[in-house]
Ligand binder design. Sequence first.
Ligand SMILES: [Mg+2]
Length: 165
Amino acid sequence: MRPLLLLDFDGPLNPYKATGIPPGYERHEITEGEKTWRVLLNPRHGVELNALAGTFDLVWASSWEHGANRLLGPLLGLPELPTIVWTDRTRVRSGSWKTPYVAEWVGDRPFAWVDDEVGDVERERFPGQLILAADARRGLTGREFAVLREWGRNSFAGKGFSGDS
Ligand SMILES: [Mg+2]
């Protein structure tokens, strides 16, 4: 069973807490209707994620919901991805509000979850899965991609590898 890779956007792929423009990033202004967003994108992320798609099934797990496919994926060279849709963002007492939806969505599939708002609560909730906390000041780095590659390989080989961030 191929593992899933759940992708948050703001934080891991858009380092919204960065001061200035970190190396490797470009500023983009995205407009749709009356709305405009400013995001920082790193073309390298698209390359790395497309490579990971050889091992993982990529899924958007972002508050942009379908907007991630419409507005963001194309800028990174990503194909249209399945998308988790959240209906109520206040369902949890501690940890990420995304957790109940993630649990429902993944079923019994192995998964890696990349997000800037995950940590020990999520690791405890999903033992054996890779819960990878991204730093919203610098986004995903080569280090996190290396962890994902290794975990994906081991997960695919069914070794029950349990990574941490
Ligand atoms: Mg985020």
